[in-house]
Design a protein around this ligand. Structure first.
Ligand SMILES: Nc1ncnc2c1ncn2[C@@H]1O[C@H](COP(=O)(O)OP(=O)(O)OP(=O)(O)O)[C@@H](O)[C@H]1O
Length: 230
């Protein structure tokens, strides 16, 4: 269980101070697929970065079961991220001078996972082990990023606009892989997206508005990546 308790975060100082998160409290259950929706500037990425341990809140607590991230030192927080969370962003951040195998192995080495090629195969890139990022399509590059994040066997996968740079067909394909891998490995998903349709794939939908959570609901039934609108 991830629990945010009264999270506040501001940027800037004095008259330029801007409060991005205005006291957010919520819980995300293990194995959940949570989508965070909201207008541009509503604080979605800041909230994601805060509950994933990339940024510290000014006030409040981020609890993973009984561990309060805000009470950890920088080195403890780095260890925590290494052992528990995976990240996927709109930009894939692959290393250009390493092939698919090496890019994914980097993630796998963090968890001493020798079996990482299973994940490369699971994202459909088993035939492309020796290709470099520049030789891959955008969708393939994002799938390498998915494999790299999952190769370290995270308990929680955080995604910030993972399909933002992809066309519809490729976007659906990447989401489909992520969902299938979640069923296989059982990790929790927390995804920020602009695309309202993707919320229909989620078990929990968190709506943000101007630094607050305006609504949280659960979907009784969920759709697949190929059933949603785009
Ligand atoms: N490092 C930073 N320094 C100063 N201001 C920031 C910083 N990061 C974000 N902000 C500001 O905080 C606000 C919320 O940003 P955030 O990226 O969390 O919103 P968002 O809902 O994810 O937006 P988008 O959908 O456009 O990505 C914005 O007004 C942004 O300019």
């Amino acid at each position: 269980m991830i629990e945010a308790r009264n999270i506040e975060k501001s940027y800037g100082t004095n008259e330029n101070r801007f409060q991005v998160l205005k006291g957010i409290s919520l819980k995300i259950k293990d194995g959940d697929f949570a989508v965070i929706l909201g207008a541009s500037g509503s604080g979605k990425s800041t909230f994601l970065n805060t509950i994933s341990g990339l940024e510290s809140p000014d006030k409040g607590q981020v609890l993973y079961d009984n561990t309060d991230l805000c009470a950890l030192s920088d080195s403890e927080l780095t260890e925590f991220r290494k052992d528990n969370v995976g990240f996927i962003f709109q930009q894939y951040y692959l290393l250009p001078n390493m092939n698919v195998d090496k890019n994914v192995k980097m993630g796998a080495d963090l968890a001493k996972n020798k079996d990482y090629r299973t994940i490369i195969k699971a994202v459909g890139l088993g035939e492309k082990l020796h290709k470099y990022p520049s030789e891959l399509s955008g969708g393939e590059q994002q799938r390498v990023a998915v494999a790299r994040a999952l190769a370290k066997k995270p308990k929680v996968l955080f995604l910030d606009e993972p399909t933002g740079a992809l066309d519809e067909q490729t976007g659906r394909q990447v989401l489909d892989y992520i969902c299938r891998l979640q069923k296989e490995f059982g990790f929790t998903i927390v995804m920020v997206t602009h695309n309202q349709n993707i919320a229909e794939m989620a078990t929990t939908v968190i709506k943000m508005n101007s630094g607050n959570v305006s609504e949280i609901y659960t979907n009784a039934t969920v759709k697949t990546a190929y059933e949603i609108g785009w």
